[in-house]
Design a protein around this ligand. Structure first.
Ligand SMILES: C[S@@+](CC[C@H](N)C(=O)[O-])C[C@H]1O[C@@H](n2cnc3c(N)ncnc32)[C@H](O)[C@@H]1O
Length: 246
């Protein structure tokens, strides 16, 4: 490992607002902060919003700056990426930001019933080959229902037509309440300052002329059905998106 990465990991260890709990630490057990993030981590009763697959945490940090009365937790498995957002939050002395380094597959071990008010999914890997790996699949929506409050909104911002259309199908098929949908965000009349926050990946896609898409919906608490239709695959590759997915 390079010196730069080691330094980042050392800094991460020193941050009180960073929780590092990959599988080899938590195993199959519930994490000790499950159901207690307000009381024991933030030490207040503010709502909690998650950004899953947050990368460098642009949404977590900027939403937290815009809304000091809400707590935000960015979740990602990659420590060197999380470091960027964690350092910014530290330097800006933000008290309403946390970062959690873990695998999102384990997310139900970290949050208790009704503990989370909203979820942001920012430019997730579309996982075109394996539905169960998609962060908007029934597999993951069934995980989120364990901790998302009734009426809690799921926001998806993506470059991927595939991810957007798949999630729109999911929402329609399951009769989720759709609050917003656009396949060209920056041309959309509903554009707000929150939606203008640009992540590291989003900037790359926009530079390549690929418009951002946005969908916001409220899942219900009934059964979910996985859409069985064929969805046209994206033809381009991400700098970080594996060719396997194509
Ligand atoms: C395409 S990047 C997007 C990052 C960031 N949201 C952005 O827009 O710049 C997807 C992110 O999801 C994270 N990720 C993917 N699968 C994950 C999982 N199962 N658990 C935790 N993080 C995951 C990756 O580490 C990566 O940082």
């Amino acid at each position: 490992m390079g010196k730069g990465k080691l330094k980042k990991f050392d800094e991460m260890k020193s941050y009180e607002h960073v929780v590092q709990a990959p599988f080899h630490k938590v195993g199959h057990d519930d994490f000790h902060l499950k159901g207690k993030w307000s009381a024991e981590f933030f030490k207040n009763d503010q709502p909690i919003i998650l950004e899953l697959g947050c990368g460098k945490g642009e949404y977590t940090v900027e939403l937290a700056a815009m809304n000091p009365n809400i707590n935000y937790i960015g979740v990602d498995i990659k420590g060197a990426r999380l470091w960027k957002g964690a350092k910014q939050a530290f330097q800006r002395e933000m008290t309403n930001v946390g970062f959690l380094r873990t695998n999102i597959e384990l997310i139900t071990q970290f949050f208790g019933k009704d503990e989370v008010d909203e979820i942001w999914l920012t430019f997730p890997d579309p996982q075109m080959r394996k539905a169960r790996k998609r962060l908007t699949s029934t597999t993951f929506l069934n995980k989120y229902r364990n901790f998302l409050k009734p009426g809690g909104v799921v926001h998806l911002k993506t470059d991927s037509n595939f991810q957007y259309n798949y999630t729109l199908e999911m929402a329609k098929l399951n009769q989720f309440e759709i609050l917003a949908e656009t396949d060209n965000l920056y041309e959309w009349e509903g554009l707000t300052d929150v939606l203008r926050i640009r992540t590291f990946y989003e900037k790359q896609w926009l530079d390549r002329g690929i418009p951002s898409k946005y969908l916001a919906f409220i899942p219900h608490d009934g059964e979910y059905t996985e859409p069985e239709i064929d969805i046209e695959r994206d033809e381009y590759r991400s700098f970080g998106r594996s060719a396997r997915d194509l």
